[in-house]
Ligand binder design. Structure first.
Ligand code: SF4
Length: 496
């Protein structure tokens, strides 16, 4: 199938990565690899193949500015070697100086997958032990469970105000049968993604498989929705007639464009129209509105003033805010002030948003890794034990699974010597590239070349891979035992 279906909860395979570039706007990692200081082997081997807006993170990395990396793990089974990639990505970003976050998506596991809390605790412990064993530093980074993070819950609630059911339908295919907790787990996940920026906006990368891209896109969208003032929002509560409401809506749509051009004219038009329509003095209207809100027992207007339009100049923002706050009229003075480029306007918007108690989130960035092929062919799946190697597998079982794996070899040794093997279609070669060759590029390349030119035969190749796998598992499990104490020192509640 050449369909690219992106379903975070489905079992879709993404067979055509190219389409992700053309249809979904994921950019090729090739374009940024040269800007990565000290790239991870998953990047060097193009296993990490795509990104959204990762330059933002790289700039911060190179300039010693704050950045963050976050990933969530849904504890639905044993962590396996596919999860190890994500662990490695988080740890690598931590080693490059980023604030690293790893969270246990327990609400999602409970609502979307129906796991019991006891099962979740058990699996969560296993994920975390592997993450720590692979080198995550819990002193520098942060580990949390969704259900225990009050700030995430509060942020999720705020984001939920900006999200509506039609979007859930459009993005995730939710329908009338979808339970409310599943929807809640989505806004919680959006809050997870933005959580590293709660104290201050900073570039944040979310390493994911491409099936998780809908979450990334939605989070990017929500980030800018709650990040900027909407010119119209503060005025929307004022008593306006239908014509004016329509005008405001048009102005808003124009301002909220993804178009790279700053739409100054639209803001100017709107402001001029305000003037022409002789809208009452904002100071007076505001007082009036505040009085009405107060008598209705509602929140004052001020806390709502936390979004800034992304396209306006700093002066215009300040003036608009001041006008909403009843201090100053803006119409004539500032209509000419909209001449910033998009980035400048966004930065200013963010600063002013933060100064006014808003969020100022940067849209989160993401990097995408390929899925490992299952050892039995097809997708590696937690629910098919022979298809994957769990990080908890007995090392002997790991050895046996590799020995039993399908390969990209030919039907006979003779044919293989003559035509060469097909490492690109071989799950065993993937094991070398994704895991067993570790940082040793020369070794991974040697396996590839020897296979291609027929020097390497599958029996020996699998024997070597199986032995390396056994060693890896022995070593990893020993380290897991060693970090038990570290896990106890975190303040996570995990029943054992
Ligand atoms: Fe795969 Fe190794 Fe056989 Fe090549 S020689 S097809 S890499 S198992």
């Amino acid at each position: 199938a050449d369909d690219v279906a992106l379903d975070p909860w489905g079992s879709s395979t993404v067979s055509d990565y190219e389409k992700l570039f053309t249809e979904f706007g994921i950019e090729s990692f090739d374009d940024v690899i040269d800007e990565v200081p000290n790239p991870h082997y998953l990047m060097r081997r193009a296993i990490i193949f795509g990104h959204r807006d990762y330059r933002r993170v790289l700039d911060a990395m190179r300039n010693d500015e704050p950045f963050a990396a976050l990933s969530g793990f849904m504890p639905t089974g044993d962590p396996h070697i596919g999860h190890k990639m994500v662990f490695d990505e988080i740890i690598w970003h931590q080693e490059q100086g980023g604030d690293a976050y790893a969270l246990i998506a327990d609400l999602e596991a409970h609502s979307a997958r129906g796991l019991s809390w006891a099962e979740i605790d058990e699996h969560a412990r296993d994920y975390l032990l592997s993450l720590l064993a692979l080198g995550f530093d819990p002193e520098e980074g942060e580990l949390y469970r969704q259900s225990e993070n009050r700030e995430v819950q509060d942020l999720a609630f705020e984001l939920g105000i900006e999200a509506n059911f039609s979007e859930f339908e459009g993005i995730y295919g939710f329908d009338g049968e979808t339970d409310v907790s599943h929807m809640q787990s989505v806004v919680t996940q959006m809050a997870d993604i933005l959580y590293p920026q709660l104290e201050e906006p900073k570039p944040t990368v979310i390493p994911v498989g491409p099936d998780q891209d809908p979450h990334v896109r939605f989070a990017r969208d929500l980030a800018s929705r709650v990040g900027y003032f909407r010119v119209t929002e503060a005025y929307a509560s004022f008593e306006v007639d239908d014509d004016e409401r329509a005008l405001l809506a048009d102005a808003y749509d124009a301002l909220d464009t993804d178009d790279d051009t700053v739409r100054c004219e639209d803001a100017a038009t709107w402001l001029a129209a305000q003037d022409a329509k002789d809208v009452p003095d904002p100071a007076g209207v505001r007082d009036d509105l505040e009085a009405k809100l107060a008598s209705a027992g509602k929140e004052p207007l001020r806390p709502r003033v936390r979004f800034l339009d992304r396209n306006a100049s700093e002066e215009a923002f300040e003036a608009l805010i001041e006008s909403v706050e009843g201090e100053k009229r803006v119409y004539d003075e500032h209509v000419d002030a909209f001449d910033l480029d998009r980035d400048e306007a966004e930065d200013l918007a963010r600063d002013v948003a933060v100064a006014h108690g808003g969020y100022g989130f940067l849209p989160p960035s993401s990097i995408y890794h390929r899925f490992m092929t299952g050892l039995t062919g097809g997708k590696m799946s937690s629910s098919i034990p022979a298809s994957h190697i769990s990080l908890l597998d007995d090392p002997e079982d790991g050895y046996d699974k590799v020995k039993a794996a399908t390969t990209g070899g030919r039907t006979s040794a003779e044919e293989q010597r003559e035509k060469g093997g097909r490492p690109d279609q071989c799950p065993v070669y993937e094991l070398y590239a994704y895991l067993l060759a570790s940082d040793d590029d020369a070794f991974a390349e040697r396996v590839y070349e020897e296979c291609r030119n027929g020097e390497r035969l599958c029996g020996d190749c699998k024997e070597q891979a199986a032995e390396l796998m056994r060693e890896f598992l022995e070593d990893h499990q020993e380290k897991r035992d060693e970090v038990e104490g570290l896990l106890e020192e975190t303040d996570l509640t995990l029943e054992s």
